[in-house]
Design a protein around this ligand. Structure first.
Ligand code: GDP
Length: 300
């Protein structure tokens, strides 16, 4: 928790504290509630969830009458945790099947942190005793395969790659084949995120998935979104969700933004949980998303 708190951007921290300060005012008048609303909307929570939250807070504060700082903190914590929905199943499915490894497709727009996330995830899995094979199916961005291979060498995972501009599906296929040959537990496949045409993306991602499924099931399709892009991330999420069944969201760069509310917005939009969060560029800066810990880090 201490690490999470120090990693979340300072502005993110001040979001939680700002809300607490507002709620601690002697008189909670209309203006104050509007400020609460503005604070949440500025943090990208989204209009509908914000209004629901403010409504619940108003009612509960009224029922509570006089409020001690401890009561307010507990109240706000409870409501924020409810907002990020602690009931969603955030289990990451990476375990192997009888005849094939667990397969994780990492998808998203280029620049969101896909390759970095794939590398960090490999590191976490290897540290947990899993054997991992990496598939460099992002053949669009020239340096992506090198970057992934560097991660692989660092953590001790073999990287399957192809020629630059090569066919992503065939690399993905080869990566899973290699995973089977090695008896690996998990194959992580970094894909290209070209968004210029939806049909292009659909063709490519759809093909990657279909081809991989010739070996066995795809267990996770993780959509990587850059938290600093705010509402734009939501638009991306919508497009990807139309193309492929997303099983989990990775929200990166939460260390660099006050817009952590996007967690709420994107989960509502897709009906899919945020499973992992990126908190920096370093190898250790990937964490499972835990609503309670996240909110605690927010409100300090
Ligand atoms: P890709 O094109 O989606 O594969 O993106 P990359 O993995 O190459 O990441 C793009 C940039 O974002 C790189 O400079 C990464 O170091 C950086 N990055 C990735 N994740 C995070 C994160 O959680 N926090 C911060 N601050 N930077 C990140």
């Amino acid at each position: 928790l201490v690490r999470l708190r120090s990693r979340l951007s300072r502005s993110q921290n001040s979001l939680g504290k700002g809300l607490l300060t507002l709620l601690s005012r002697e008189r909670l008048d209309e203006d104050t509630w509007e400020e609460v609303e503005d604070t949440l909307i500025t943090a990208d929570v989204g209009v509908a969830p914000t209004q629901e939250l403010v409504e619940r807070l108003r009612t509960r504060v009224r029922v509570l009458g006089t409020r001690t700082p401890e009561e307010l903190r507990a109240l706000l914590r409870e409501e924020l945790v409810a907002l990020v929905d602690p009931t969603l199943d955030r289990t990451l499915h990476t375990d192997s099947h009888e005849e094939s490894p667990g397969v994780v497709l990492v998808v998203g727009v280029n620049g969101t942190g896909k390759t970095t996330t794939t590398g960090k995830l490999a590191r976490v899995l290897v540290a947990d005793g899993h054997s991992v094979v990496l598939g460099a199916a992002d053949t669009f961005r020239a340096a992506a395969a090198d970057q992934l291979q560097t991660w692989g060498e660092r953590v001790g995972a073999r990287t399957v790659r192809g020629p630059e501009g090569g066919d992503p599906a065939s690399i993905a296929f080869d990566a899973v084949k290699e995973g089977i040959a090695q008896g690996a537990d998990t194959v992580l496949i970094d894909t290209a995120g070209r968004l210029h045409t939806k049909t292009g993306l659909m063709d490519e991602l759809g093909k990657v998935k279909r081809v991989v499924e010739k070996h066995g099931p795809v267990d996770e399709v993780l959509l990587v979104l850059d938290a600093t892009t705010g509402q734009n991330g939501l638009v991306q999420a919508r497009v990807f969700a139309e193309v492929v069944d997303i099983t989990g969201i990775v929200l990166t760069k939460l260390d660099g933004t006050a817009k952590g509310g996007i967690v709420v917005a994107v989960q509502r939009e897709l009906g899919v949980p945020v499973k992992l969060i990126g908190l920096g560029e370093g190898a250790d800066d990937l964490a499972p998303f835990e609503p309670g810990a996240f909110v605690d880090a927010l409100i300090g």
